[in-house]
Every structure is written in C-alpha cells, then in structure tokens.
Ligand binder design. Structure first.
Ligand SMILES: *Cc1c(COP(=O)(O)O)cnc(C)c1O
Length: 360
C-alpha cells in the first residue's frame, strides 16, 4: 500500500487486504469456460454453509440494491410491507414504488428496532405478499431482531420474507433455511471485505415458484435466469470475475479462520469499541440489546465537531471515519469493526481517535 493510502473504518466499503487484491489480479478467464465453471462450483459449498442454505447461492454483478430491487420485481404481486427504521430500509419503500409496486412503510424512528408484533398485525390484514427487512441498519447501528421477524412472517402462508444482511453477513449467524427466509442477500464490500460490485443471494423454493407466476421480472435480476445458469455453474451475464477471484480468496480465509472464530472476533472488537465509547463519555444511538456487532453508531451527546474529527482522523492518521449518515450526520459518527480487522488495527484506530479527540 502506498503512503497515501487511507485506511477505511467507514461502514462500507471496508478495508481490502493486500492478499485479496493479489488474488484478484489472477489472469482473466472466459465466463463460459470450464475454468469459470470450476471457480463457481468450488465456491458453492462454502457459500451455502455461510448462508445456512441448501439452495444455490447466486452471484449478481451489481451492488446489493440490484438484488433488493430485483427481489420485489420477482416476488410482489399484492402489496409490499417495508420495515423502515433508517436510511437503507426507508429507501426500500421508495424503490418498491419506483418499480410500480404497491408498498407500505412500517415506519419506526431512526434508532428504534423493528418490532415483530407490528409486522404480524399488518400481515393479518391479508393485504401483503412480500416483507422487506434490513437485519443490520448500517445508518443507525441497530441490529434488528431477525429471528423474531422471521417467526412472525412464517405464520403467514405465501408471504415472502426478503432479508438484507449486507452489513451483518458473516458477522453473526444468519441461518437462511432454519429461519425460513425467502430471499437472503448481501454485498461484497461490507464484512466480506471485498471491493464493491458483487451481490450474493439465495432464493427459497417457495420464492422461486412464486417468481414463475410473476410477469415483468425483467432480465438482469430474473431469478429464473440465475437458476437456469446455476445448473451450468454460470451466471446469466458476464460477471465481475476479478471480484469473484477475491471472493474465492476470502472464502478460503474465512474457512481457515473458522466461521465461529470470525464471529467471535467481530464480537470482541465490537466490545472494544463499545468500551472506548463509554470511557469517553459518549452514548450509543442504538438501544441496549439491539446494537450492531459490525459497527458502532456513536451518539454525539458531547456535541463535538464531527466534521473536524473526521478531518483530523484523515489528515493526521490516514484513517477514514464516518461522520453520520443522512439526517443524523453530526448527531452521530460511526466506527466500523467489520471485515479483516486485527487487534493491531483496532488498537491503532482507537489510539487515533483518542489523539484526534484531544485536539478538538
Ligand atoms: C451498504 C448497504 C446497502 C447498500 O449496498 P449497495 O452495495 O450500495 O447497493 C444496503 N443495505 C445495507 C444494510 C447496507 O449496509
């Protein structure tokens, strides 16, 4: 890495390791070649284990939003219920409407978690056939109750549950089949610590059957296209093969570390950041029991100049920090601990924060 390299501690994209970049620099191959089929097939068992699914895991050359929009186009024929509690989840209702879908927001204040009982009440009306749910609201640092929400939706036959685990995938368990999640989706640039450009998702049998009945699924995100290409260990169109080389490398890294060890490491670093927050007299934007394990959204109760904090971190320590997202910019700042962080990089981050705070 060059001297000018700014180390990313924003909650996505996160820092990509030199070893990953090196793996990505392998010679290009044809996406209809045996080499690609081998690459694709080699990763499937690991991806299925990470997803907790017996279904195939599809690779979409798009950011996560591609699949978030695609899921609605493949599955919604009645009304979409969007659980909204932050920037990403709020946007999903707008995306649904732009796709011509009838969508309703189940709106919570930013910082509050989604309540499964509210979802149950809404679904009891029989109006809805899709629920969108963001597990880890990256904008507010709230980890929503995935198990409770999945249990609530499972009570209603024919309602499809679409879950975004973009910033929680591989950080905490997200057992797709056990929870009965219909579309589980994530992206490359958060805890998987890859460059952006790749989304990964799985589709339940019920959701695949539903998609067959839906008109106007389009082409690029058509679940049926992904399924028929999967049979040949291929993707519908030319994928971002370099990032997929990176994915193969990261899967090997994750399985060498062990999934549980990886999760424990995230938990430990998250606790270390929490200790720093408390020690410095800050509060948490998310309530106890609903705090993300991949990042910390710090409430700026001390009223510090967050723009200046971000500037000092960048200029004096070559670290990118986030000064709050959307309407909570300045009222919060966010510290990411996801990906390939080590004791050393977390200690370095907190040392830099101490130094920058002292200069404010
Ligand atoms: C980052 C993020 C997204 C957006 O992902 P893109 O790759 O920009 O499409 C969606 N949901 C959550 C929870 C995120 O953190």
């Amino acid at each position: 890495m060059s001297q000018d390299h700014i180390r990313l501690h924003i909650p996505g994209p996160v820092e990509v390791s030199p070893a990953t970049y090196e793996a990505m620099a392998a010679p290009m191959i044809g996406h209809r070649s045996k080499d690609f089929q081998n690459l694709y097939a080699e990763m499937q068992p690991k991806l299925q284990e990470l997803f907790g699914t017996k279904q195939p895991v599809f690779l979409s050359t798009s950011s996560a939003w591609g699949v978030m929009e695609g899921a609605l186009r493949n599955l919604a024929s009645k009304k979409v219920l969007c659980c909204c509690s932050g920037a990403f989840s709020d946007k999903w209702v707008d995306v649904a409407r732009r796709c011509g879908k009838d969508a309703e927001a189940l709106q919570y204040e930013w910082g509050a978690p989604v309540n499964p009982a509210d979802i149950e009440e809404k679904l009891a009306t029989g109006e809805f056939d899709v629920v969108t749910f963001i597990h880890n609201e990256t904008s507010t640092g709230v980890m929503n109750p995935l198990e409770g929400v999945a249990a609530a939706v499972r009570k209603f036959d024919g309602v499809m549950l679409v879950v975004d685990t973009v910033s929680s995938f591989s950080v905490v368990p997200t057992p797709t089949d056990e929870l009965g999640v219909d579309v589980m989706l994530t992206g490359s640039q958060k805890a998987l610590a890859l460059p952006p450009g790749l989304a990964l998702f799985s589709v339940s049998e019920a959701a695949m059957a539903k998609a067959e009945t839906i008109k106007d699924r389009g082409y690029y995100f058509d679940f049926l296209e992904f399924a028929s290409n999967q049979e040949k260990d291929m993707t519908p169109s030319t994928p971002c093969i370099a990032t997929i080389y990176g994915l193969r490398h990261q899967l090997n890294t994750i399985f060498a570390e062990g999934i549980e060890n990886r999760q424990a490491r995230h938990e430990r670093f998250n606790q270390t950041v929490h200790e720093w927050v408390r020690k410095n007299g800050f509060e948490f934007f998310a309530p106890e029991g609903f705090r993300s394990k991949s990042l910390t959204c710090v409430a700026n109760n001390r009223g510090i100049d967050t723009d200046r904090l971000v500037k000092l971190m960048r200029e004096d320590h070559r670290i990118a920090l986030d000064g709050g997202y959307g309407k909570i910019k300045g009222k919060t700042f966010r510290i990411s601990n996801m990906g390939d962080e080590t004791d050393e990089t977390i200690a370095n981050l907190l040392g830099a924060l101490d130094d920058s705070l002292a200069k404010l």
